[in-house]
Design a binder for this molecule. Structure first.
Ligand code: HEC
Ligand code: HEC
Length: 337
């Protein structure tokens, strides 16, 4: 067996090569990459090629460089049957239990070394929803989270798993909380089309940022250092840190529509509140535009380099990658044949 360092280097070389050839081959170059991920650019996953090892590696590399992935499913959700649940259970044990625990309680063997901790699925409380605060996510929300990963955390994108298996995982995750059997998901929040990010809109957002006390948690300059920042806790009673809005790598994503949904639906289980319709769509867009203006650093986007070697990947993201891929390359993350 190779030493971890060698394995890492090998993995990086393969990944870099995968990235290069992915970018050169016609189906891959057809992918829409609208600039750096942090400015709303997304790595679209065309059906087919993205299911290939090359495509998955390339998407993963881009993610580690800070890009947001598009997790929209290309296949309809399969009916929930025992066979599907069995696939979900097997896949969960193989890929998720190390962190989320065999029983879905967030107490996997690796959980203690991660911050934030892996989600406890038994509560049915999810941060990333298209549904109003307090309600369950939709199946598609979960599918998208699994596919897109969560920036700044050890939850990497599981884009390498076939879509059918990701749907099976959704069904299995839902079986951990009886809420899913008892309640329907909330009605999905409608996201109107985003307005242009004009200076006037940004200025309106700046005023709202102060009026809505965003600064009390996120700080005047958005660095996550507001006066209440040190006192915040998540629902499990652990310290919760307001996101440094100047750094990017948002959990949901940093496109206009992503931030719109974050403000509308909040991040349940964390102190990030939901404003729902207390803010008009125009006001919500203005805040989103202002938050995007706060992203001060040059934001990395889809790139060819090896993030583990250049150090551009977030620490938690790297930790997740190492846990998920113990054997390198792609040890834990099974690729399609
Ligand atoms: C290396 C550890 C790790 C592995 C392996 C892992 N996760 Fe996670 N996962 C996390 C962490 C950490 C979070 C919490 C992120 C946060 O608080 O924002 C999380 C959060 C989630 C969420 C919750 C998102 C929300 O809206 O609150 C879902 C769903 C999820 N994981 C599904 C999975 C599935 C399915 C797998 C297996 C295919 C998996 N995870 C594997 C670490 C992991
Ligand atoms: C009570 C404290 C608090 C207030 C007030 C607050 N936030 Fe947050 N916010 C948080 C915390 C904590 C997080 C991190 C949640 C997490 O990652 O689990 C967060 C996360 C975010 C994120 C990142 C979302 C992502 O996808 O990672 C954005 C954007 C954001 N807040 C914008 C705002 C804006 C704009 C306002 C004012 C309208 C605001 N917040 C008010 C505590 C707060």
């Amino acid at each position: 067996m190779a030493t971890p360092d060698r394995a890492l280097v090998r993995w990086c070389l393969i990944a870099t090569a995968a990235g290069a050839s992915a970018a050169l081959s016609p189906p891959m170059s057809a992918m829409a990459m609208t600039g750096p991920g942090m400015m709303g650019g997304m790595v679209e996953s065309p059906p087919g090629p993205m299911d290939s090892m090359m495509g998955s590696m390339w998407a993963l590399m881009s993610w580690m460089n800070g890009a947001d992935l598009d997790g929209t499913p290309s296949s309809p959700e399969p009916p929930i049957e025992p066979a599907l649940l069995a696939v979900g259970q097997r896949s969960y044990s193989a890929h998720c239990a190390a962190c989320h625990g065999e029983k879905g309680d967030g107490k996997g063997l690796q959980a203690g070394r991660l911050s934030p901790r892996p989600r406890d699925f038994t509560t049915g409380v999810y941060e990333l929803r298209s549904t109003p605060t307090g309600s369950l996510p939709t199946d598609q929300d979960l599918f998208e989270t699994i596919s897109r990963g969560i920036h700044g955390t050890a939850m990497v994108p599981w884009i390498a798993l076939p879509e059918h298996e990701r749907w099976a995982l959704v069904a299995w995750l839902e079986s951990f909380s009886k809420r899913f059997a008892e309640e329907p998901p909330g009605p999905a929040v409608v996201v109107p089309s985003a307005p242009p990010e004009t200076p006037a809109l940004v200025e309106r957002g700046r005023v709202l940022y102060q009026r809505m006390s965003c600064a009390s948690c996120h700080g005047i300059s958005g660095r996550g250092d507001g006066p209440s920042a040190a006192t915040l806790q998540d629902q499990a009673g652990r310290p919760a840190h307001p996101t440094d809005l100047t750094q990017g790598r948002f959990e949901r994503g940093s496109g206009m529509a992503d931030i719109f949904l974050t403000l509308r639906t909040g991040m349940d289980g964390s102190p990030m509140p939901a404003w729902g319709t207390a803010l008009s769509p125009d006001e919500t867009w203005a805040l989103a535009a202002y938050v995007r203006r706060l992203l001060s650093r040059p934001q990395p986007g889809p790139a060819m380099g090896c993030p583990m070697m250049t150090g551009s990947a977030d620490r938690q993201e790297q930790a997740g990658m190492m846990i998920d891929m113990p054997g390198m390359p792609m040890g834990g993350m099974r690729m399609n044949p």
